[in-house]
Design a protein. Structure first.
Length: 416
């Protein structure tokens, strides 16, 4: 008992240290905090959040609570909550329902728990809360003024709901803001995916054959960082334009069936399902490492490996497991094929999440101030520009400005 109490104390102090670390490195959130503490733009709002609960996310939750919201949070992946951060955050006026290592039933239960506050606003990552609000928790949807979505996967789902005429309130596609996907999806995913893989495996990427499935912004980032680490990169794609882009960026492009034969690492980033299937897993060489950087654990057929393996081998950390098939070759899977950068790492670097979360906070503030009809909305251009400018100021970078003649020139059709 005493031991458990001590452990909880250690956990809390580790979580507090992580929170302090990110506070010092999130200048945009710090600017918003000063204003939110004075203005309380969220007073009267109840906010349900489903977002990977690591330190940067905790800083966002605290900020929104500082702005007057009642906040209840859970994590948006069964492996992405950090228990020490959850413990520290629950001391700071936020209701926390999160723990690392949930099974699917418990994960679902906690998504429902955060909805029990009967939200007026939601903040979603991958559409977890929204999907429940349009199915099993429909009765709460009428009280929601709107929400914001973090990911490409979530925005894709919202678009499908809107197309079917079933989107019950306004949702803002934070993912699609320039200051989000150009940086978070590309540089964030690029760095944090390799951080997760390297932490789990501690093996060399230089000189390795890396297969990256998908060449959206996340895939571009993962491939670019792999090239930077000295890997030979092969990209697989289903879109001809993106495949051309991958070629011109210096990657080789080929179908998965050909790519996997010599791969040392296979990283999926597609957001689609069944990308690495039995027919590919059969061909892989001994020691290959498989990781998924897409939102859901549906890209690599880990269930097939589980069923076919003649031996299941523990890896050097609990985040990597080996499956030896009857051919004697072992395929190593990082983080059960779940979002590798959060399940085996700490998520994107702090400066990047500062920008993403500033977009989130400002988008929610807009919804708190003015109700919008149901629909999928882009982030306001002014918000994107504020984040871009504030980030430049934070890093001490100045830029030029157009003079009158230049503005006139750019706005006229008669360019003689
Ligand atoms: N940290 C919190 N949310 C995250 C996300 N969606 N991607 C990467 N890191 C994160």
């Amino acid at each position: 008992m005493e031991h458990a109490t001590e452990q909880r104390g250690d956990e809390r102090s580790s979580g507090r240290a992580k929170l302090e670390w990110v506070h010092d490195r999130m200048p945009l959130l710090a600017r918003l905090r000063d204003r939110y503490r004075a203005e309380k733009p969220f007073s009267g709002q109840r906010l349900s959040m489903s977002l990977h609960l690591e330190a940067k996310t905790a800083a966002l939750a605290e900020l929104l609570a500082d702005g007057g919201a009642v906040v209840s949070i859970t994590s948006s992946n069964p492996l992405s909550a950090q228990d020490d951060v959850a413990a520290a955050l629950s001391e700071r006026g936020v209701e926390v329902h999160a723990r690392r290592g949930l099974d699917d039933v418990e994960f679902d239960r906690l998504q429902h728990r955060v909805l029990d506050i009967e939200p007026t606003l939601i903040l979603d990552d991958g559409g977890e809360l929204l999907s429940r609000l349009v199915t099993s928790r429909k009765s709460l949807a009428g009280g929601v003024r709107g929400g914001a979505e973090e990911t490409t996967t979530g925005v894709t789902r919202i678009r499908a709901l809107a197309r079917d005429g079933r989107l019950p309130f306004a949702m803002i596609a934070v993912n699609d803001a320039a200051m989000k996907h150009l940086f978070d999806n590309r540089y964030g995913t690029g760095q944090s995916t390799w951080e997760g893989i390297m932490r789990a495996c501690n093996t060399t990427v230089a000189g390795a054959q890396v297969v990256v499935a998908g060449y959206g912004y996340c895939g571009r980032g993962v491939a670019e960082r792999a090239r930077g680490l000295g890997a030979q990169v092969i990209v697989t794609e289903v879109d001809a334009v993106r495949a051309n882009e991958a070629v011109m960026d210096g990657n080789r492009v080929m179908p998965m069936r050909d790519a996997v034969r010599t791969a040392d690492f296979v990283v999926t980033t597609t957001g689609c399902r069944d990308v690495v299937r039995a027919e590919h897993l059969r061909l892989m060489k001994d020691g290959v490492v498989l990781a998924n950087a897409g939102h859901f654990n549906v890209e690599v057929d880990v269930a097939w490996l589980e069923a076919q393996a003649v031996r299941r081998r523990p890896g050097r950390t609990p985040d990597v497991v080996g499956y030896t098939l009857a051919d004697g070759r072992t395929r190593w899977v990082v983080a059960e094929g779940r979002l590798v950068n959060l399940a085996a790492g700490d998520g994107h670097p702090v400066e990047i999440m500062d920008m993403t979360f500033a977009l989130q906070a400002l988008s929610l503030e807009g919804l708190a101030k003015a109700v919008r009809p149901p629909g999928l909305y882009p982030v306001d251009g002014d918000i994107d520009r504020w984040v871009a400018q504030a980030r430049l100021e934070a890093i001490g970078v100045a830029i030029d400005h157009l003079n009158r003649a230049q503005m006139r020139y750019l706005n006229s059709w008669d360019i003689a």
